[in-house]
Design a protein. Structure first.
Length: 218
């Protein structure tokens, strides 16, 4: 069994298939159909169809199937590899369904190229580039947001630790300043020394009656 190819592209067995896409744009599809004649059917095909069976059977069926399927796609979809693979798989299945009952075994259908109008191609490429840039920017923004959140959490931790330290020092500092100020007062003063301490009282009169140092000048 010998595999053969029917090529529909410039310089092939037939020209590329011209198709209108779903939005009405004209595109050219280069397709190759890989096939072989079913074992035991070769003589029958040559007798009933003739030597040019590829032109009589493979060409019209393949071109019609390409037009039917490609016309359901938008030009933007035809530009992507994923959609082309899907289209190629479907083409293989549909052409196989139509030709195998006639004794022609389809091995594969290959989409070699889809030629889009230049302006459409440029527009699609610009859109894809913009989408890629947007995705990159989104990634950068997400990264920066996470970093900002980390800094906020870190700053919150620092602030909390500073708050604890400040609370532990305030009472002691206030107590010290109040004690130092007692010697300038003329009455008994209450000095707050924190939750764990006790009120401190100082007798100002005792302070006043303390003997003064004797001056050496007299």
């Amino acid at each position: 069994i010998r595999s053969q190819a029917f090529n529909m592209h410039k310089g092939g067995d037939d020209v590329a298939v011209s198709v209108l896409t779903a939005e009405g744009l004209d595109v050219n599809v280069d397709v190759s159909v890989i096939y072989h004649l079913e074992r035991g059917k070769s003589a029958e095909i040559h007798r009933n169809v003739g030597e040019l069976y590829s032109d009589v059977l493979i060409k019209p069926v393949s071109r019609a199937t390409v037009r039917d399927l490609v016309s359901t796609y938008r030009s933007e979809d035809l530009y992507t590899t994923e959609k082309r693979v899907t289209l190629q798989t479907t083409l293989t299945e549909k052409i196989r369904e139509r030709l195998e009952p006639r004794g022609i075994e389809i091995e594969n259908v290959l989409i070699r190229d889809i030629e889009l109008p230049i302006q459409v191609k440029s527009s699609i490429e610009s859109k894809i580039t913009a989408e890629q840039d947007a995705k990159r920017m989104e990634f950068v923004l997400q990264k920066e947001q996470k970093e900002a959140e980390r800094k906020i959490v870190e700053a919150g931790g620092v602030a909390e630790s500073q708050k604890i330290i400040s609370a532990s020092l305030d009472d002691k500092l206030l107590t010290w300043f109040w004690i130092k100020s007692l010697e300038k007062q003329n009455s008994v003063i209450y000095v707050p020394i924190g939750e764990s301490g006790l009120p401190l009282f100082k007798d100002i009169d005792a302070v006043k009656t303390q003997p003064k140092p004797v001056s050496n000048d007299s």
